[in-house]
Design a protein around this ligand. Structure first.
Ligand SMILES: Nc1ncnc2c1ncn2[C@@H]1O[C@H](COP(=O)(O)OP(=O)(O)OP(=O)(O)O)[C@@H](O)[C@H]1O
Ligand SMILES: [Mg+2]
Length: 463
């Protein structure tokens, strides 16, 4: 999942929500449960405290009697964690009574630890009791006996704290498991939802790629209502682009027809007349024909390249041209080398690439002594005139005589031939330059390392 993607945004918000909400919910549930558990435990201890006091007070005028008739087995088992204790206060003599579970040990008392009583005159505290057990103790001061024998006693009841703590720990681990499961489930569902929900977008992406590579003319398929308008708009745009290209093509054709005949007539008429004016007219009309042809060619190429380009794999084109040239220049025994990684693709018509490579490789073969090389690769250094985007660099080198720096520096003129010893019309380079120009590319000549000419083309790269 890329960080700058809809899927990532949706997933991160859902995950953040789950990560924030589930712990908070867990904390609320746990606090509530803990409150209930602790309150129930305290109620139980309070209840025992009341029972111990009322039982001990039952038949005593002179002091407390051991409470016994309330049938709670926990107070009988040694160090069970549940204890009661009645102890005289103010340093006065009197019986100290203890539950059998204490087996003679004393209970730590909240009053001895300066804990203040609550509004019901009961002091609460958590201590380490007999047998190193953590206990919760409730203590109340009660006056047993009547008249002269009336005396203050501390009555305390202790309950085993680990009972509550074990209960809470078990509840907490179950709660965490349940919430974690819920969280993982939610994230899984979110992932599925995102994949399922965004699936049509990846279909759109594929269709667009198909349009760009010329395999499809419009965005097909039944898309969800939310992106249906996009599909319609895009198809309308594609159609109008197509129409513009068609119209341009028609205009170009019409202009060609409209101009060619009058120019031909002018030239014909002027040639038949020896006057200086006629000569001037013939000469200028000739230039006009050349110019008209040049720009008509360019316009025609541009129309063909159109708005939606095709994608052409470079390697097969190079291979087929080399095969043809090997046959044509069989006598020269030229070694061709082709360095072009598979997957290097030109964003444009196959026919145009064939035309450009054909011309350059033909020139190289014509002038080479023994070696011609074709190298094609994606460049990293940007495009012509600092243009950004993806560019393809194609170099055709030979080991022939090459051209002088002055010849190389000159723009290649139409029909201009520097070396008349070889056959040709002198149109090759200008066709290559025109095509490169139509693709916003660049065509350059330099000296090759092998000594001959190095022709370099920069063209749009298909990604
Ligand atoms: N590889 C090369 N080595 C040396 N000179 C070259 C090379 N390629 C082109 N030239 C020079 O540049 C001139 C123009 O080349 P261009 O391809 O336009 O014409 P051509 O090859 O002569 O004719 P055409 O390609 O139209 O049959 C050539 O006449 C030749 O003098
Ligand atoms: Mg040529």
């Amino acid at each position: 999942m890329k960080t700058n993607s809809l899927a990532f945004r949706l997933f991160v918000t859902a995950a953040a929500w789950v990560l924030v909400v589930l712990p908070i919910a867990g904390w609320i549930i746990f606090s509530r449960y803990r409150y209930e558990a602790v309150t129930t435990f305290d109620t139980r201890i309070s209840f025992f405290l009341t029972v111990v006091i009322s039982d001990a007070d039952e038949h005593s005028e002179s002091g407390p009697t051991p409470p016994n008739n309330w049938g709670e087995g926990l107070f009988e088992i040694t160090h069970s964690g549940w204890y009661w204790q009645i102890k005289p206060l103010d340093g006065r003599p009197g019986p100290t009574l203890r539950s059998r579970s204490l087996s003679g040990d004393g209970l730590p008392l909240p009053s001895e630890h300066k804990i203040e009583p609550n509004d019901k005159e009961v002091r609460w505290g958590n201590f380490v009791g007999p047998g190193d057990q953590r206990v919760r103790i409730a203590e109340q001061v009660y006056v047993f006996g009547e008249g002269k024998s009336a005396q203050r006693y501390s009555v305390a009841v202790a309950g085993r704290l680990s009972e509550v703590e074990e209960n809470l720990a078990a509840f907490r681990s179950q709660l965490i498991q349940a919430l974690a499961l819920a969280g993982i489930g939610l994230l899984a569902v979110t992932l599925f939802q995102i994949r399922f929900g965004l699936f049509p977008l990846s279909r759109v992406e594929q269709s667009l790629a198909a349009i760009r590579s010329g395999e499809a003319a419009k965005l097909d398929g039944e898309l969800p209502t939310e992106i249906k308008p996009l599909q319609q708009e895009l198809n309308a745009l594609l159609k109008s682009n197509q129409e513009i290209v068609e119209r341009a093509r028609t205009h170009v054709g019409n202009l060609a027809h409209a101009l060619k005949t009058p120019l031909a007539v002018l030239i014909n008429e002027a040639r038949g007349d020896p006057s200086p004016l006629a000569r001037k007219v013939a000469e200028q009309a000739d230039t006009m024909t050349t110019q008209v042809n040049l720009y008509l060619d360019r316009a025609r190429m541009a129309a063909r390249i159109g708005v939606i380009g095709r994608v052409t794999e470079v390697r097969p084109v190079g291979e087929s041209i080399v095969r043809a040239l090997e046959r044509i220049y069989r006598d020269k025994q030229i070694t061709y080398s082709l360095d072009c990684p598979a997957g290097t693709r030109f964003q444009g018509e196959r026919q145009d690439l064939e035309e450009m490579l054909g011309n350059l490789l033909d020139n190289a073969s014509k002038w080479a002594r023994s070696r011609v090389s074709l190298v094609a690769a994606a460049t990293s250094g940007g495009g012509p005139n600092g243009a950004s985007g993806n560019w393809l660099e194609i170099r055709v080198d030979d080991d022939g005589p090459g051209l002088t720096p002055e010849q190389v520096a000159e723009p290649i003129a139409r029909g201009r031939r520097l070396d008349e010893t070889k056959p040709g019309s002198g149109l090759g380079h200008s066709i290559v330059a025109d095509l490169a120009y139509c693709y916003s590319g660049k065509f350059e000549l330099t000296r090759s390392e092998a000594g001959g000419l190095s022709a370099r083309l920069t063209l749009p790269l298909a990604t």
